[in-house]
Design a protein around this ligand. Structure first.
Ligand code: NAD
Length: 453
């Protein structure tokens, strides 16, 4: 098979991707590609995920163009050497951190936000001056096909390529020498990626998943909590890496919360969400069967309806869940929401700390001391207080996981820094060359060293 890495390395070595003008042009082309082909892209998202058009526009088009516009605005600034102080022993000297591209970057994306999760990291790599291979997910086949048609039309094919395919094609790519691999997906494949990267000492960013919990304290604004949780959970039919996975609710507010959640579902998707234009579908029969299998692990208190033909699963809330079942031990990644009662926030904290660090954690509380307590005693990739998902929309907050939920963060400036080596450079002047630092080490010099160091 072709070594895309070798081809792109040859381009990289010519210096083609270094000028800011080239990077600017490629970023502008990427925006143009999205804007001119919005209808085809949204239609593909609908085929793959039944993605409502507005949802597709917000999460897979506008989010990407917003990130790229920020890169364009800051391109010069983020690629400029940064002056840092120099300690006295180095004098006369000037110290800088000089951003340089890494070389050839591989981006491997999953199927749930198939445009965003491919193009945002790729744009960051381009803004930093790298060449890029993009590998979309074969599971979102319609979106992959549209992108495969568009990328060569809009992008500089000597430096930015898209390779379609599944496991064999990705395995082949992973055998090639890249300078950075950016992988989004599940932790099992994350381990395969990291092991392959080790052969070339290639650094990796792993954007993984896991079970993101929600704590609802007794002091929470229940109506707002229910609406924000319903939005974050059933966006993309629950197939969001930071979707609320399960709820730990204070038993005193359990019933009011369930009532408000039911109301929010009806408000958002009507009495029958299957007919709602605002509700998506499960991506594949395999995932449909997996999720359907989880339905038996608790009592359906809301929803539970399914339709295999259209891969529809209703927004579903489960109580009395079997804590040993896959529902409570694997990432759900679909529209099922288990609710567990706790008698105190401490019990919720203990539950979370007995499990791997989640990608996201949500806490709903009006009592500020409760929020501080949760923040101080839990670890997560990111947190939204009194909300869901929103921390990932702020480009000033690096987005990523910790431990089982991943390593490294991106978005905004951090999404460009990730693909740069901030090369430390210390430049010394030659007008002064005090003999102090040189041998022979006399007693007088020793005394001075003891004073200044
Ligand atoms: P997926 O099945 O599309 O796989 C992701 C990528 O890995 C694809 O490009 C696929 O071709 C490749 N792949 C699959 N098996 C492989 C193998 N054996 N060797 C090499 N490459 C292989 O997507 P998925 O993993 O089902 O995605 C869902 C997971 O991703 C969830 O855990 C979710 O939480 C996580 N996720 C994380 C983020 C984030 O930003 N942290 C975002 C979205 C999804």
């Amino acid at each position: 098979m072709t070594s895309h890495a070798a081809t792109l390395r040859a381009t990289y070595k010519t210096g083609r991707t270094r000028p800011l003008a080239w990077r600017r042009n490629q970023l502008e082309q990427m925006i143009k590609m999205l804007e001119e082909n919005e209808a085809d892209l949204l239609a593909a998202l609908r085929t793959d995920l039944g993605k409502p058009t507005v949802e597709g526009f917000i999460t897979d088009i506008a989010f990407v163009t917003g990130e790229i516009k920020q890169m364009l605005k800051n391109l010069k600034k983020w690629n400029k050497p940064q002056r840092v102080p120099s300690p006295i022993v180095t004098m006369p000297a000037k110290s800088t951190l000089m951003p340089e591209p890494l070389g050839v970057v591989l981006v491997i994306a999953p199927w749930n936000y198939p445009i965003q999760l491919l193009l945002v990291p790729a744009a960051g790599a381009i803004a930093a001056g790298n060449t890029v291979v993009m590998k979309p997910s074969e599971v979102s086949a319609a979106t992959s096909a549209v992108l495969a048609r568009l990328v060569p039309k809009y992008m500089d094919t000597s430096a930015v390529v898209l390779v379609e395919g599944g496991v064999p094609e990705t395995t082949d790519l992973l055998s090639q020498h890249f300078d950075h691999i950016f992988y989004t997906g599940n932790g099992t494949v994350g381990r395969i990626v990291m092991a392959a990267a080790a052969n070339n000492l290639t650094p990796v960013t792993l954007e993984l998943g896991g079970k993101s919990p929600v704590i609802i304290d007794g002091s929470a604004n229940i109506k707002v909590a229910a609406r924000r949780i319903a939005w974050g959970k059933w966006l993309n039919a629950g197939q969001t890496c930071v979707a609320p996975d399960y709820i730990l609710v204070n038993e005193k507010v359990r019933q009011p919360f369930i009532d408000e959640l039911g109301k929010a579902i009806t408000d958002f998707y009507g009495a029958n969400p299957e007919t709602s234009e605002s509700y998506g579908r499960v991506v594949s029969p395999r995932h449909f069967d997996r999720l359907k299998g989880m339905l038996g692990s608790g009592t359906n208190i809301i929803g539970g309806e399914t339709n295999a033909e259209t891969r529809y699963i209703a927004p579903t809330v489960l109580a009395d869940v079997d804590m040993t079942s896959p529902l409570m031990n694997e990432e759900i990644f679909g529209p099922l929401l288990p609710i567990i009662s706790v008698s105190s926030t401490q019990q919720a904290i203990d539950h979370i700390n007995a499990r791997p660090h989640p990608l996201a954690l949500y806490v709903f509380a009006e009592n500020k001391a409760v929020v501080s307590d949760v923040l101080a005693h839990t670890t997560a990739g990111g947190v939204t207080v009194n909300g869901t998902l929103m921390h990932l929309t702020n480009p000033h907050l690096p987005f990523g996981g910790i431990g089982e939920s991943g390593m490294g963060g991106y978005h905004g400036k951090s999404g460009v820094r990730l693909f740069q080596h901030m090369k430390p450079v210390l430049s010394r002047g030659t007008k002064l060359d005090p003999s102090l630092a040189y041998p022979p080490y006399t007693d007088r010099k020793a005394k001075i060293f003891r004073k200044v160091l």
